[in-house]
Write a protein that binds this ligand. Structure first.
Ligand code: RNT
Ligand code: ZN
Length: 414
């Protein structure tokens, strides 16, 4: 307690109110992606291989096999993460005994998720799943030249939006329904134009139905390359930037979907001049779009800084997107979520107004001095205080809990 008081005073001397920072952090929702819990398998087609150029490597024991197991694992994770959050579902995580294909999903197939979320005060986000499916084997879905394939995926995405609207209405908080497709080509294509034209037309069909904007927000996620789509991705950044601006849908920026030295943090302040809202897939690319667990690295901090410094919290939806099958999956969630919170807290603890003034005054000496000093300030103590007030473990105590859960629950799944 003494050390928090000291930290509080040190921050106060710089003009920051730690109480206010803790209060604000408590209200920030992060969308925790369900797919870290089972290596992106889902429940509709258990036997199918993950496809679409994304990969979960590793075979750490304990992956969830049923909706109940996955929910139990997320409950465990949330018990170790302060605050109230959202859960991000893919369509293949439907909880139903019916043998349905993706062009037949309906809100009722997700009723148990809504029930679960309601009981816990969680929000839900949603994604059509345009991969790991025989109709995605050609490498093209919404941009396919095969009309039966293209229309199948249009129907799937149309229905996905209705599920999103259902989530938003039931839970009283907007669902972000994010469309990502794997479409692209391993080798240099001859025609880059026609698939993009078909994608544009397919999206027009997908978004034609007007839904309640307070219940559902549509987002589109671009990508630079994937495994098997190294030379050409139909849904590129320029494609979706243009589409989103013209059609009033949100852009989703995934941290792993750009050139290795290109960062998403530098894009928020431009995009939001021309668009009301956006979605982030916070991830960690290591040499490629590898979807490593989010670490507290410079880019994560920069993303958080941009959101907080510019007051964009109510316009930017923060979601995580990684899948590491080589470590305890509950720990992966806890580490990623807590890292996102730590980065947000550090941004909230910054005396931003004063630092903006230094910049305006041309006092770059003080600006650099402050930026560097902030790294050495006792934000960890404030984070511990936040955790304690939220009744979640401080420091590494969460790991002890995860180990116990692993021994009792996850080990039994072998
Ligand atoms: C793939 C995209 C996409 C997926 C999830 C599972 O490169 O990042 O968001 O990771 O939908
Ligand atoms: Zn993503």
């Amino acid at each position: 307690m003494r050390s928090y008081e000291e930290a509080r005073e040190r921050y106060a001397a710089l003009g920051t109110d730690t109480e206010e920072a803790i209060r604000r952090l408590s209200g920030i929702k992060i969308s925790m992606h369900c797919w870290q819990g089972d290596d992106v398998k889902g429940f509709l087609f258990r036997d199918r291989e993950l496809s679409g150029g994304i990969q979960a490597t590793g075979n750490y024991p304990g992956a969830a096999r049923t909706p109940d197991e996955l929910r139990a694992d997320m409950d465990e994770a949330f018990s170790l993460i302060g605050g109230k959050h959202k859960v991000n579902l893919h369509s293949t995580y439907a909880d139903t005994d019916e043998k349905i294909d993706l062009d037949a999903i309906e809100p009722r197939h997700y009723a148990s998720w809504v029930q679960w979320a309601k009981e816990r005060g969680l929000g839900l986000d949603f994604n059509p799943t345009c991969f790991s499916h025989e109709k995605a084997e050609s490498g093209y879905t919404l941009s396919s030249a095969d009309e039966s394939i293209r229309s199948f995926w249009v129907e799937h995405c149309r229905r996905s939006r209705r599920v999103g609207e259902y989530f938003g209405r039931e839970l009283g908080q907007k669902c972000v329904t994010n469309v990502w497709i794997p479409d692209g080509s391993k080798d240099v294509p001859v025609d880059r134009y026609a698939p993009r034209l078909r994608l544009k037309e397919s999206l027009d069909e997908v978004f034609a139905e007007k839904l309640d904007p307070s219940a559902n927000l549509d987002a589109v996620e671009s990508k630079l390359f994937g495994i098997g789509s190294e030379s050409y991705v139909v849904g590129s950044h320029e494609f979706y930037m243009g589409y989103a601006m013209k059609n009033n849908v949100a852009v989703c920026l995934d941290a792993g979907h750009f050139h290795p030295t290109e960062v998403i943090s530098n894009k928020l302040s431009s995009l939001l001049l021309f668009s009301d809202e956006m979605l982030l897939h916070v991830s960690r690319p290591v040499r490629w779009d590898s979807d490593h667990v989010v670490a507290l690295d410079d880019e994560l901090q920069e993303i958080a800084n941009e959101v907080i410094r510019n007051g964009l919290l109510d316009r930017i939806h923060i979601g995580l997107d990684f899948f590491d099958a080589s470590i305890n999956r509950v720990a992966a969630w806890v580490i990623g979520m807590r890292n996102m919170q730590k980065a947000l807290l550090r941004a909230l603890l910054e005396p931003t107004a004063a630092m903006k003034k230094m910049e305006l005054d041309g006092d770059y000496t003080a600006r650099l001095a402050y930026l560097e000093e902030m790294k050495a300030m006792p934000w960890q103590v404030v984070f511990d205080e936040f955790c304690a007030r939220q009744n979640v473990p401080t420091g590494l105590d969460w790991l002890t809990e995860v180990r116990a859960y692993e021994k009792k629950i996850l080990a039994e799944r072998a």
